[in-house]
Design a protein around this ligand. Structure first.
Ligand code: SF4
Ligand code: SF4
Length: 103
């Protein structure tokens, strides 16, 4: 059987609703671990904000203020890139309770 190339494949889903990423809570993808912010170690370099693929790092004024778990997928990039000796973001286990809405 001849395999299809990208030219023959049927086009998949197209989302026509602009700005839908606001209502698409990517935090529901998270499983098993989440980042924990430790402000006492933070030097506000903004590396975590820069690397987070879901804009889930909260900023207040000119300072990092925590994590928005509605959008955090738990990828761990923020903790990986945090440059301080005592990490200001560490990944911690998260118990998943399927019947409850995440906070
Ligand atoms: S774990 Fe990933 S998605 Fe969550 S705040 Fe860190 S970089 Fe963003
Ligand atoms: S990468 Fe670490 S030190 Fe830098 S702003 Fe984020 S939490 Fe703070």
């Amino acid at each position: 059987m001849k395999k299809e190339t990208w030219r023959e494949l049927t086009i998949g889903t197209i989302n026509l609703n602009a700005g839908n990423s606001v209502v698409n809570l990517t935090g529901t993808w998270r499983s098993g671990r989440k980042p924990e912010f430790r402000p006492e170690h933070c030097i506000h370099c903004f590396f975590c904000w820069l690397y987070c693929p879901h804009f889930a790092i909260k900023v207040e004024g000119e300072k990092i203020a925590g994590i928005n778990y509605d959008y955090c997928t738990g990828c761990g990039l923020c903790a990986e890139e945090c440059p301080t000796k005592e990490k200001a973001i560490v990944m911690v286990p998260e118990e998943i309770k399927l019947a409850e809405r995440r906070k």
